[in-house]
Design a protein around this ligand. Structure first.
Ligand code: BDP
Length: 495
């Protein structure tokens, strides 16, 4: 039952962490302790890189999350607000392992015998129209588009078509595309086996006029490239997933080191995507699979990783990244585990954390309300580049684990400096800024890399512009970025 007074409380509580970050800005310091590493970043403003899609920051949830229609519901104001703040043009992907075990309640015919996956859900879930109606209201309230995954593994094309049509009917224009099967590389022997299984579904769904995307595969770059060549013209975007590694191998140093092998794969996919004139999305991604790693996926290190990862991919032309998450129960069920998320914590924020999957960017549920996790702040930082044109730049990091990105939007220069180094403060001389005068410096900070709370992101709220910064006559701007923090610089043209 809906209780408006409770709803108000939930809303206020969910916004608290952001409100407190605004209040703390005045006390943040610009000074670096000790002798910082000297770095240089030479921006090349006369060259043009990729245009960053408005849809860059996206989220992904298990289909099982829909079982509770109070979760994705327009009345869930705290969640609506967090989605809107993250990205007014976001894309919500519904899928994951549980999408391949979801049965549409209105399907009246028989399903084939089910195979049980060793590390997957052990049972099927029934999706009801009520959940889709609530989801439709949630999408209208947030302005987000939907990518919806239908069952390939244990289903039949007629059920997938009926479900896809119901989604389209209920959600309307918010439906961007339907994907068929989640990480089919886990249950199809190879690309041609996938192709044979997928084709009857794709044909039947496309015949109804519904847009499709895919292949929504795990880590199979070759599948994406084959699929782009074969089906590019029939799709609205290409997709695959990304996890840095499995949770047992997760650590803060591992997460903060760049995954250059993956960037090389992205470049290969982008050549195929460009040839097919299609956007490419990581339709499901996060730090570590098997639900994420506690103390890594849900701490400040994940914010620096997330911001860097998103900008590194945007620079290579990736349209969007859907960070996977949601409740602990939904993600653990996707892995074949039943959990009772219990906690004795008196603190509401700890209780919200306890009911949430470890890698989720947003913590909470419909009952306890919602709050941003550290990763959310990193996503928010990267999302400030939406709609901008990336610029090439040469970085000499001086031996520190530092990354830097520059972009132009509406004549303003946007720069992100991400110091993922746990021990070295960095002072960066940014050159190539002739024609730019003053601007603002806005920081992303936390007490430490393993902080779960106390994340501060300056410059998001309109009332807070950060501190002023100036470009010198040589077109150079000097910025200090303490260890384990990031900075965003926005510079205006000099008049
Ligand atoms: C992906 C699945 C998703 C899981 C996730 C994980 O699509 O359902 O929750 O892995 O292992 O492969 O965390």
């Amino acid at each position: 039952m809906f209780d408006p007074s409770r709803r108000k409380l939930i809303k206020a509580a969910a916004l608290l962490p952001l409100a407190s970050s605004v209040a703390r800005i005045a006390t943040a310091t610009d000074l670096l302790s000790g002798a910082p590493v000297q770095a240089t970043f030479a921006v090349q403003p006369e060259q043009r890189g990729r245009l960053v899609s408005d849809t860059l920051a996206g989220l992904s949830y298990e289909t099982l999350q829909l079982t509770d229609p109070a979760f994705f519901s327009p009345g869930n104001h705290a969640l609506v607000q967090l989605f809107r703040q993250l990205n007014p043009h976001g894309v919500l992907r519904i899928g994951g392992n549980t999408s391949d075990y979801t049965v549409w309640s209105e399907y009246r015919e028989k399903l084939p015998i089910q195979h049980v996956r060793k590390d997957g859900p052990q049972r099927t879930y029934v999706l009801h129209p009520e959940s889709l109606r609530a989801l439709a209201g949630f999408l209208r309230a947030t302005g987000w588009k939907l990518v919806f995954g239908v069952n390939l593994k244990i289903g039949v094309p007629t059920m997938a078509v009926q479900l896809a049509q119901a989604v389209q009917r209920i959600v309307g224009d918010a439906l961007l595309a339907v994907q068929i099967g989640n990480e089919a590389n886990d249950f199809e022997a190879n690309y041609s086996a996938f192709d044979a299984a997928w084709t009857p579904y794709a044909r039947a769904i496309r015949a109804t006029g519904i847009s499709i995307a895919g292949p929504d595969t795990g880590a199979n770059t070759d599948w994406v490239i084959d699929y782009a060549k074969q089906y590019g013209a029939e799709n609205v975007f290409l997709s695959r997933h990304y996890y840095r590694d499995g949770a047992p191998n997760g650590s803060i140093p591992n997460l903060l080191a760049a995954d250059t092998d993956f960037y090389a794969e992205v470049e290969q996919i982008m050549s195929a995507a460009d040839a097919a004139h299609l956007p490419f999305r990581l339709s499901e991604a996060n730090s570590y699979y098997s639900g994420g790693r506690d103390g890594v996926s849900n701490v400040f290190a994940s914010a620096l990783w997330g911001a860097d990862f998103m900008l590194a991919l945007a620079q290579r032309g990736v349209a969007g990244i859907n960070f996977h998450g949601g409740t602990l129960a939904s993600v653990e069920a996707s892995l074949g585990h039943g959990v009772e998320a219990t906690t004795n914590a008196a603190d509401l924020s700890a209780r919200r954390d306890a009911v949430t999957s470890r890698y989720s960017a947003i913590a909470g549920d419909a009952e306890l309300g919602f709050q941003p996790r550290p990763l959310y702040y990193g996503m928010l930082l990267a999302q400030q580049f939406a709609g901008a044109q990336m610029l090439p730049g040469a970085l000499n990091a001086g031996g520190a684990n530092l990354t830097a990105y520059a972009a132009l939007r509406d004549g303003a220069m946007q720069i992100a400096l991400i110091n993922k180094d746990a021990t070295r403060d960095v002072s960066i001389a940014i050159s190539g800024l002739k024609g730019f005068g003053t601007g603002q410096l806005m920081r992303l900070t936390a007490p430490s890399l393993d902080s779960r709370h106390g994340i501060v992101l300056e410059g998001i709220d309109d009332a807070v512009t950060g501190r002023s910064i100036r470009v010198d006559a040589q077109g150079i701007c000097q910025v200090g970025v303490p260890r384990a923090s990031a900075a965003r610089v926005r510079l205006h043209r000099s008049v």
